[in-house]
Write a protein that binds this ligand. Structure first.
Ligand code: IPM
Ligand code: MN
Length: 368
């Protein structure tokens, strides 16, 4: 019998990265045994420590080696002794750009027994997904200083999008809504809209009143692609209004699609509403290539090595990775085991969970 095998590149990274990744791998090992597939893992030491030792973040050859894998599982990258920007651009953004991971998928879901700062929100009110474009925008690093260091200094950083980048992202978001409909019809729709046989709702987040070039392009592309998906209701909100609704009425969202910069900002806000960075997973996806799956939280250097970090975000990230690899029933199994585990945790905050990092990993594994 041929056993399904997936090749995973593991990058623990810095700070709490290796600790949370260890719990993710623990759960993955157990769930793969149970669901009869094999994960072949290979470790890579990219990160701040290696950079400080060697002076190199990541080379093009490193990227090429990673192309041979089915997915990359990453903890967090960043180091207090390295100037901001070097590791971000040299590793995280290099992976996203060079592997053309043009979708940054960030589900926002409030599970039972997870406390949210939103006073009246219940799990059924917070369940949507943000599709953040992941290769363009202010992130391309294109810009310049003029008269640097003088009183006349000017700094420019360009927001750049090609139609191609926008279109493939928007199309992915519509397709995702179509797939999501199978298990979650009518989310965010009123009774009247349900009556019109609509099956889901995609909100574009932009700023067409000020960014009259870039978000005009987004708006036109969104309208065009929407015509191919008449069954999906569309909506538009400026990014500042999105921030109001994420807090005030999250139930109006089913899916949100937006550019890289707005996506970065609104997903941190959204993460807080789902219980904080301890529970927020993400996937950097190239639908035709190698994806990189990482928790949203980063390295949290002050928590590193203490066994207090919350591994739930990483475990849910592992779940997203399995979904992407086609191991849907194993992914569902992880989600159910996480739900059970959350019921026993006192808090999602590091150090206040009532359990250590590895105890949480053990509990999820036992609950599979
Ligand atoms: C994220 C992070 C990164 C980003 C940083 C570390 C470059 O904030 O994944 O959201 O801005 O994309
Ligand atoms: Mn961010």
């Amino acid at each position: 019998m041929n056993i399904r095998t997936h090749k995973i590149a593991v990058i623990g990274g810095d700070g709490i990265g290796p600790e949370v990744i260890a719990e993710g791998l623990k759960v993955l090992a157990a769930v793969s045994r149970k669901h009869n597939f094999v994960l072949e893992t290979t470790r890579f030491d990219f990160g701040g420590e290696r950079y400080l030792k060697t002076g190199h973040a990541m080379a093009d050859e490193d990227i090429n080696r990673l192309r041979a894998f089915d997915a990359i599982f990453l903890g967090g990258i960043g180091h207090p002794d390295v100037k901001p920007g070097i590791l971000e651009r040299g590793i995280l953004l290099k992976l996203r750009f060079d592997l053309d991971q043009y979708i940054n998928l960030r589900p926002v879901k409030l599970f039972e027994n997870v406390s949210t700062p939103l006073k009246n929100a219940k799990p059924e009110n917070i369940d949507y997904v943000v599709v953040r474009e992941n290769t363009g925008d202010l992130y391309t690093g294109i810009g310049e200083f003029r008269n640097k260091g003088t009183r006349d200094e000017v700094a420019v950083q360009s927001m750049i999008y090609s139609r191609h980048q926008v279109e493939r992202c928007v199309r992915y978001a519509f397709e995702l809504m179509k797939r999501k409909h199978a298990r979650n019809p009518w989310r965010g729709l009123t009774k009247e809209e349900r009556g019109r046989a609509l099956i889901g709702k995609l909100t574009m987040c932009g700023k067409t009143n000020v960014l009259t070039y870039v978000y005009d392009l987004w708006d036109r592309v969104f309208q065009e692609v929407a015509k191919e998906y008449p069954q999906i209701l569309t909506d538009y909100c400026h990014v500042d209004a999105i921030c109001i609704y994420i807090v005030e009425s999250p139930e109006r969202f089913d899916g949100i699609v937006t550019g890289n910069m707005f996506g970065d900002i609104i997903t941190d806000l959204a993460a807080v509403t789902q219980g904080g960075m301890g529970v927020a997973p993400s996937g950097n996806i190239n639908p035709e290539g190698v994806g990189m799956f990482e928790p949203v939280h980063g390295t949290a250097p002050s928590l590193a090595g203490k066994g207090v970090a919350n591994p739930v975000a990483t475990i849910l990230t592992a779940q997203m990775m399995l979904n992407h690899l086609g191991e849907e029933s194993a992914a569902q199994n992880i989600e159910q085991a996480v739900r059970q585990t959350l019921k026993r945790m006192k808090s999602m905050l590091a150090g206040k969970m009532g359990y250590s990092t590895s105890e949480i990993g053990d509990m999820v594994t036992d609950n599979l």
